[in-house]
Ligand binder design. Structure first.
Ligand code: BTN
Length: 326
């Protein structure tokens, strides 16, 4: 009932009468008042005016299940939510929930991670109050070899969510960094549990620097946050809701064709590597080329200096000009 009352208050431009809430939830006025009081204690600013009812005028920067559920406008993405003040890693939590049978679309969110994981075994720092650490659990009926494309689907959704809600120009550094003003604002880590021919589940985790104003020395030159770029404090729950909405849409596009062909054009429009020089560092060799875009499998197409075009599936791609390093 608390989530529903929160949603009703949010959806209404004016006061919602106590009577309406009592009738809708079949409870007494005292029960409604208790819920309002609880919400106020959690930091929601709710005006209570005799003969008019209740009106919400402000909400705290929290990412609780109630807060997120009251904002989400999706059919399956984030319909089950687990929120942690602190956890080791939302990816670890989502994987454990996946092993225990949690449904497709389960979303795990944390304010702080004390063992957040980055790509290639790196640590991902998530101090409290300033970041989003979120992971979605998926159960796609596709071949395991197609799952890496889901990283690009999430990258697209995060970039679109940031651009829509914050009116910032978010770009993508292939395959999975979201970039603002040539600096990284979000990283994505995809993990998968498979049998030989089928997927048990996929977990896609996104770490977004939202209200951080300082970074560890090693990344200080290449990282930024939404707050730094926008010059304003940002409500994390609204951004998560926008990303989930975009993710649901993009995931369904992906599942129609089991590739990225339906979003390839949109991906290209925000792909920062396009027509840029890239250095490919693979276990085999290291070479320079120009990134042309992605193919429908999400591989980066790179024209080498000898004119041949490579399809890069994995490997370290360092991009000249994007992070200011050569
Ligand atoms: C990268 O190295 O760029 C990927 C970073 C991914 C971090 C996110 S935060 C939420 C989720 N949980 C983790 O432990 N990692 C991912």
């Amino acid at each position: 009932m608390k989530t529903e009352i929160l949603r009703l208050l949010r959806e209404s431009d004016s006061f919602v009468s106590g009577q309406q809430l009592c009738e809708q939830f079949q409870v007494s006025r005292t029960a409604v008042w208790k819920v309002i009081k609880q919400l106020q204690e959690e930091g929601y600013q709710i005006e209570a005016v005799r003969n008019k009812g209740y009106r919400i005028t402000g909400s705290p920067d929290v990412m609780t299940e109630e807060e997120l559920t009251s904002l989400l406008d999706t059919r399956w993405a984030g319909k089950h939510i687990s929120y942690f003040d602190t956890t080791d890693s939302t990816n670890n939590q989502a994987k454990a929930m996946g092993d225990a049978g949690a449904p497709h679309g389960t979303l795990v969110v944390a304010d702080r991670q004390d063992a957040g994981k980055g790509r290639r075994g790196r640590v991902w720092s998530t101090p409290p109050g300033g970041s989003i650490a979120m992971s979605i659990l998926l159960r796609p009926d596709i071949e395991p070899s197609k799952a890496p494309m889901l990283t690009l689907v999430m990258a697209m959704a995060v970039a679109e969510g940031i651009s829509q809600t914050e009116k910032l120009d978010a770009g993508i550094k292939w395959p999975n960094d979201i970039v603002l003003s040539k600096k990284k604002v979000c990283g994505i880590l995809t993990e998968m549990s498979t049998e030989i021919t089928c997927i048990n589940h996929v977990v896609i985790g996104a770490g977004i620097n939202v209200n951080l104003t300082e970074f560890p020395e090693e990344i200080a030159k290449t990282a930024t946050s939404l707050r730094i770029e926008k010059g304003e404090v940002i409500k994390r729950s609204e951004l998560i809701a926008a990303i989930m909405k975009r993710f649901e849409y993009r995931y369904e596009q992906f599942m129609q064709t089991e590739d990225l062909s339906l979003m390839q054009e949109d991906y290209h429009s925000i792909l920062l590597n396009r027509e840029k020089k890239v250095r490919i560092l693979s276990p085999k060799e290291e070479y320079d080329g120009v990134a042309l875009g992605i193919n429908e499998k999400g591989e980066l197409l790179v024209r080498r200096e000898n004119g041949s075009v490579e399809e890069i599936f994995s490997g370290e791609v360092s991009v000249r000009g994007i992070y200011g390093y050569v």
